[in-house]
Design a protein around this ligand. Structure first.
Ligand code: GAL
Length: 819
């Protein structure tokens, strides 16, 4: 009876208490600082703070000039302890138990009931420890995790803590190994596809065991479309690998517009009873790289319109959140992005799951350095001992994602400058091939020609060049057989809504902001237009990854460190503490550059667009003639000031050739084939642009002179959210005049309050030089805007009412419902 009670029926086979993967996020206690004996069971942690992971302790701040602005001006270093009591439920006792961390920042040491369970230095890699032998099966258990991230360990904000999800896994003694199923599609044709599932089984019993592995393939609707089954014997404490190849008819392709996902279900049976069952999502698609032509997805040429993304989620810090990640990707897709580079580290599992679902291509990157240090306490310290394990694990975890199209073995690794740097490149490339022969390898090289002459570029399948648009043609001429990628491009900097006149050259301004005319960048950088031009001239280049899609915490170039500075702290221009590189700011609000890329990447027939800059509030500024730029994907645009035409211009025609002088950009009259320019004598009122395609008006955009700030407006990105303790609503806050016209320079302090079943998780305004805390119920507007991130209380459905007030401003409220 007892046994039967534990049985369930899945797919018509009997399953003995199937393997389970459960969240292990709740109920942790946390302390920063040394805590002697905290690894022992008896340690008294009752005074520690209760936290739920994913948790990033550093994002709580405070921002302080004593921290390193290069990594965000936040307390990313120190010792962090997490402890949690847990019981093994009765029906799981006697099983193998593993704790899985999707990532821990960093240098994790883990103890269970005082026994040392394992150590993992790399903060971005996922890992699990089997803790079965340390468990008290009939009583409580204690897990303790110590993290020791160091100062000067990163060129950007890494976050600190158990910042990704933690899981507990229960498995029978015979089961599919962690990341044990690898699915490939060796042949894909219009009417059929071969699906090959390679499954690694492991057995922890005392006697050899006779098993049967059943593999089923489910189509996107969940219907079984293929299956295979075979007997296998596994010796005690050994593994066995089974390969099943199945033919699928009428495969539904995973593609950018139709990201269809299949599932492999692997069931392990002994004596007809299923003892383990795993599900592995995968996609059926072909990826082909053709030298001299570029990249093909399902036989269709696709240029990578990509962006580099650091892993932080702005005001939420590095703490992984599915909705925040999804929102980032949605904003990027809207811009026309079809590819993401996970610069410069293994991503969260959520990011790849979402790219699979949203139809985005991904370059997964492993490292920002190898043996040669970029920062005093970087990963190079761990490289020799850990790189192979880290690289293999990254690929084992991520190789079933159809979105992943290439592996990068490193970004701007300094070994490019070494005559024998190629040796390490070859070694890492071979590890990738060993784990995944189906995808090509890449790397982002910034030294040119050293990366080529020292032989590194030839060691990867796709040499990526960072900031070398003028080298594409030459590289292609010298190596016509190479697949070339613009692995990192442009690095233009700007602050949303800020316009300095006259437009400055690349230099620091008193307000710690950068003009948003999209013309400025550090010495290695250049305006997006130059990359567009280079890619047009080299159609075989696979595409580009712009630095960056989103602003990110840390690396506040041009403020902070002098160019190429080796001063680790970058605090010379405090309070600049986050990047100005994004096409959107830290809140996800588009900067002008967002629309420049959109004009290049979105098709006018499907998504006609036009954008005009700057704002139109110049009264009393002393500036009489205002440079006005227009970005459109249509062929012509006409500008009107207060209803009067200032002329129609045609894109691309008769434009002067682009001057490429990276060090001394001519920031003034910069009309290019990709942007239109007018010089407009300022008059308050309405500046309107109308875009024309084939002579027909297809889009328009308007800037109006706003009166004094008088009101607040609130708009939620989603008005209904899940009450699962994780889902979020992002509320855009705008300061307007009495008629609702946005005030583009308003910086009023806005106070927020919430009633009902929700809370404010964070606030922001996209100002890269603000030291206001993110966890707060007030924020100054920046260029007229701010952001409130709301979360619903877990399991308490209802209304969440957000109210915003400010001195002299008409208040506003909005209701978000949680279900
Ligand atoms: C690149 C580097 C990026 C970022 C960028 C800023 O050289 O790979 O991580 O630092 O410069 O322009």
């Amino acid at each position: 009876m007892q046994v039967i009670r534990l049985l369930a029926v899945v797919f018509g086979v009997v399953v003995a208490t199937a393997a389970e993967k459960n969240s292990f996020n709740d109920g942790w206690r946390f302390l920063t600082g040394p805590a002697e004996g905290a690894e022992t069971t008896a340690f008294d942690d009752s005074g520690w703070r209760e936290v739920r992971v994913p948790h990033d302790w550093a994002i709580e701040g405070p921002f302080d000039v004593k921290y390193n602005a290069r990594s965000g001006g936040l307390p990313i270093h120190g010792t962090g302890w997490y402890r949690k009591r847990f019981e093994i439920p009765e029906d799981q006792r006697g099983k193998r138990v593993a704790i899985e961390f999707d990532g821990a920042m960093y240098d994790a040491h883990v103890w269970v009931n005082g026994h040392f369970a394992g150590h993992r230095p790399f903060g971005y890699v996922g890992f699990e420890f089997d803790v079965t032998r340390y468990l008290n099966t009939d009583g409580g258990n204690v897990i303790a995790v110590r993290l020791q991230p160091e100062d000067l360990s990163s060129r950007w904000y890494p976050g600190a803590g158990l910042y990704r999800n933690v899981w507990i896994r229960y498995r029978q003694e015979t089961h599919v190994s962690h990341w044990g199923t690898t699915v490939t599609t060796p042949t894909v044709a219009a009417n059929s596809a071969e699906v090959c599932a390679r499954t690694r089984l492991e057995h922890h019993g005392d006697e050899p065991i006779a098993l049967r592995l059943e593999t089923r393939v489910l189509d996107p609707s969940g219907k079984e479309v293929g299956s295979a089954s075979s007997p296998v014997e596994v010796q005690p404490e050994e593994t066995a690998t089974v390969t099943h190849t199945m033919e699928i008819s009428e495969p539904q392709r995973w593609d950018l517009e139709t990201p269809r996902l299949y599932t492999v279900v692997s069931t392990v049976l002994t004596g007809g009873v299923a003892v383990d069952r795993t599900e592995t999502p995968f996609g059926i698609r072909t990826i082909t790289y053709k030298a001299g032509e570029g990249f093909y997805l399902n036989g269709r040429h696709v240029r990578l319109n990509g962006v580099c993304m650091h892993h932080d989620l702005g005001a939420l810090g590095a703490a992984v959140n599915r909705r925040a990640t999804e929102r980032q990707l949605e904003i990027m897709k809207e811009m026309g992005v079809n590819a993401i580079r996970t610069s410069h580290n293994p991503p969260s599992p959520e990011q790849l799951e979402l790219c699979d679902r949203l139809g985005l291509l991904v370059q997964v990157e492993a490292f920002d350095c190898w043996q040669m240090a970029k920062v005093p306490n970087g990963y190079n310290k761990f490289f020799d001992a850990w790189h192979e394990r880290d690289l293999r694990d990254m690929i084992r975890r991520d190789r079933n994602h159809p979105s992943v199209i290439m592996w990068s073995i490193g970004n701007e690794i300094l070994e490019q400058s070494k005559k024998d740097g190629w040796k390490l490149a070859r070694h890492l490339h071979r590890i990738c091939k060993d784990e995944d022969p189906t995808r090509l390898t890449s790397a982002g090289f910034n030294y040119y020609p050293a990366s080529v002459t020292n032989g590194l570029a030839a060691e990867v399948d796709i040499p990526g060049f960072n900031y070398k648009p003028l080298a594409y043609a030459e590289v292609r001429r010298q190596h016509p057989e190479w697949h070339v990628l613009g692995s990192e491009t442009s690095s233009c900097v700007s602050s949303r809504g800020v316009y300095h006149l006259p437009i400055e050259k690349y230099e620091r301004a008193d307000d710690n902001q950068v003009t948003s005319y999209d013309l400025i960048g550090p010495v290695w950088a250049y305006p997006p237009d130059i990359e567009f031009m280079a890619l047009e001239g080299s159609p075989a280049v696979i595409g580009e990854f712009v630095w960056t899609g989103f602003d990110y915490l840390g690396e506040p170039t041009p403020y902070g460190g002098r160019d190429n500075s080796t001063d680790g702290y970058w605090n010379d221009d405090w309070p600049s503490r986050s990047s100005y590189f994004g096409t959107v700011d830290l809140c996800g609000f588009p900067k002008d550059r967002y629309f420049l890329y959109q004009s290049q990447w979105r098709d006018v027939r499907e998504f006609p667009m036009v954008h005009v800059l700057p704002h139109w509030n110049w009264e009393g500024s002393g500036h009489e003639r205002i440079p006005v730029y227009v970005y459109t994907n249509a062929s012509e645009a006409e500008l009107f000031l207060n209803g009067e035409s200032l002329g129609r211009k045609r894109k691309g025609r008769d434009k002067p050739p682009l001057k490429v002088d990276f060090k001394n950009w001519t920031a003034g009259d910069y009309e290019t084939p990709y942007r239109l320019r007018w010089e407009v004598p300022f008059q308050p009122g309405e500046l309107k642009v109308v875009a024309f395609e084939d002579g027909k008006a297809v889009a328009e955009d308007v800037r109006r002179t706003a009166g004094p700030a008088a009101a607040i407006s609130l708009v939620a990105d989603r008005e209904t959210i899940a009450g699962d303790g994780s889902d979020l609503s992002f509320v855009t806050v705008a300061v307007t005049d009495k008629d609702g016209v946005p005030c583009p320079t308003a910086d009023d302090l806005i106070r927020f309050s919430v009633e009902g079943s929700g809370e404010i998780v964070a606030v922001d305004n996209g100002n890269a030089a603000s030291t206001e805390p993110f966890q707060a119920s007030q924020r100054k507007a920046f260029s007229g805007m701010a952001l409130v991130i709301l979360r619903a209380t877990k399991n308490s459905p209802g209304r969440i009412k957000l109210t915003a007030t400010g001195e002299g401003l008409r208040p506003a409220s909005i209701v978000v419902t949680s279900n």
